[in-house]
Each structure stands twice: as structure tokens, then as C-alpha cells.
Design a protein around this ligand. Structure first.
Ligand code: ATP
Length: 254
């Protein structure tokens, strides 16, 4: 990352051939007191993680598997917004380097041609009143040519979509640059008021039908954008507007 143009994001890098997951290593390093912006990168993950105990397919050499440590001085309830900040940074970096029209599937995935090319998994260490640290895990399918059967319909890679080989170091550096920029803007207000317009422009769910599944409810509506807190605004069939902030949204046809 010699040409990295950041003040602190990705300035200190720990790189590995193989880890259980980069988030797991990042949490250990953060517990040891590593500073904000520290980046963990691995060539492969044995137990790549998705949200809610799901997995992230992480074969050797064909993806980016990395985690950055953040230490925002704020209450833990606001931590989930960092997922959206990171998704925006990743989306912009991918668009810049590939020329592909990348979009965000709220809250945490980057999709190209309706298939997932990248995902974010943030994890939090906090006390009641303050955050110790947040680890922001980022997985990108860079040069996979093939996926396991169950992912074939929903996953793709930058190589498959663009036909180009994208340099991993370059994409990591670009993501760090956008992340530092968006993170700084986020810290000014501790919400997404400055970023939500940019986010909504690349939101694949915008004006699309979404099905919201929570633990005890399921309904459909049309996604309209996000709030300052990063909640998805959904217009229900009866035109009521609801804010979705937990549970899960899946987009028809994705
Ligand atoms: P979904 O987008 O499927 O509704 P999610 O956003 O909650 O789920 P994530 O945590 O973002 O899920 O990602 C985990 C899921 O992504 C896995 O269950 C699997 O279906 C899919 N997946 C796993 N590895 C990859 C990969 N390398 N690229 C794209 N998708 C993957």
C-alpha cells in the first residue's frame, strides 16, 4: 500500500496468508490496543463470517478479506451506521477502479448486475456508554471465476463482471481513502445526515419492492431511502412510512 493517500486509515497493516476470519484477528489486535485505522488483511479465511452466523466464502488468492479497526467516540447505539459508511466507501472504490455500476443493497452488500460482489460485517466491543472499538470486515470477490452451487445465482466477482483483473492492493488503498473521507464526514455529526443523499443514489433498493422479515413480522413495501440514523425507509402497501432498523430486508429478484 505504498501509494496510500490517507492520514491513518490502513497506515498500519498486518497481513496473513490464512486466518479464521480477519474480524477475529482484528478484535484480538484491538484488545491489545492497536490504534484506529489499523488494517488486517488475509489471503484466505477459513471461517469467513456473514451476518447472523452466516458464512462468507473466502477462497485463497481470489478475494480481498480485510478488517479495519475504528474507535469512534460515541454511544454504542450508533455503531451500526458504520456499516453503511463502509459500504459507501467500498462501493465508490469498486466503481472507480472497475467502471462497473456498483450498487448497495441495504445495509451491507455491494452488488453488480444484481449479484453480490462484496459485503461488510461490523462487530462491536462496547461498554454501556461508550465504544471500545468497532471492527469493520470487508470481503470482496475480486477474481473468482466460479462459485459453489448455492452461490451461483447470487454471487459474482469483479473479474466476471468487468473482464478485467483488478489489483488487490490498489482496491484496498482506494477503499481506505474513501473510508477515511466518509468516516471523517460521519464524525462531524455522528450520523449520516451528510452522507445519506450519496448513499441513496447508489441504493439498489430505492423505489424497489422489498420484503421485510423480522422475528415476528413479515411485510412488503417500497424502499424510499435511508434516515440520518441509517434506517431504511419503507412505504408500506397502505402508504404508511416505516423505518426498518433491525431484522432483515431481502429484495425480490435478488
Ligand atoms: P442476504 O444478502 O443473502 O439476504 P445477508 O446480507 O444477511 O444475506 P451477509 O452476511 O451479507 O448476508 O452475507 C452472507 C451470505 O452471503 C451467505 O449466507 C451466502 O448466502 C452469501 N455469500 C457467502 N459468501 C459469499 C461471497 N463470497 N460472495 C457473495 N455472497 C456470499
Amino acid at each position: 500500500l505504498s501509494k496510500l493517500q490517507t492520514n491513518y486509515m490502513g497506515r498500519q497493516v498486518f497481513s496473513y496468508d490464512e486466518v479464521t476470519s480477519t474480524n477475529t484477528v482484528a478484535k484480538q489486535l484491538a484488545d491489545e490496543g492497536k490504534e484506529e485505522g489499523t488494517l488486517i488483511v488475509s489471503d484466505k479465511q477459513i471461517q469467513g463470517k456473514g451476518r447472523r452466523g452466516r458464512y462468507w466464502e473466502s477462497p485463497k488468492g481470489s478475494g480481498i478479506f480485510m478488517t479495519v479497526i475504528l474507535k469512534p467516540k460515541m454511544k454504542p447505539v450508533y455503531a451500526s451506521m458504520l456499516t453503511l459508511v463502509a459500504a459507501l466507501a467500498l462501493n465508490d472504490a469498486i466503481t472507480d477502479l472497475t467502471g462497473l455500476e456498483a450498487k448497495i443493497k441495504w445495509p451491507n452488500d455491494v452488488v453488480v448486475n444484481k449479484k453480490k460482489v462484496a459485503g461488510i460485517l461490523t462487530e462491536l466491543s462496547a461498554e454501556v456508554d461508550y465504544i471500545n472499538y468497532i471492527v469493520v470486515g470487508i470481503g470482496v470477490n475480486v477474481s473468482m471465476k466460479d462459485f459453489p452451487e448455492e452461490l451461483k445465482d447470487k454471487a459474482t466477482s469483479l473479474l466476471l463482471e468487468s473482464g478485467k483483473s483488478i489489483g488487490r492492493a490498489q482496491l484496498i488503498a482506494k477503499t481506505m481513502e474513501y473510508l477515511e473521507c466518509y468516516y471523517e464526514r460521519f464524525l462531524k455529526t455522528h450520523d449520516l445526515s451528510e452522507l445519506k443523499e450519496t448513499y441513496s443514489k447508489v441504493l439498489i433498493n430505492k423505489d424497489q419492492v422489498v420484503r421485510i422479515l423480522t422475528e415476528d413480522d413479515s411485510y412488503t413495501g417500497v424502499a424510499r431511502g435511508i434516515t440520518d440514523e441509517g434506517h431504511l425507509i419503507v412505504e408500506k402497501d397502505n402508504h404508511d412510512l416505516v423505518e426498518v432498523y433491525s431484522g432483515e430486508v431481502s429484495v425480490r429478484g435478488l
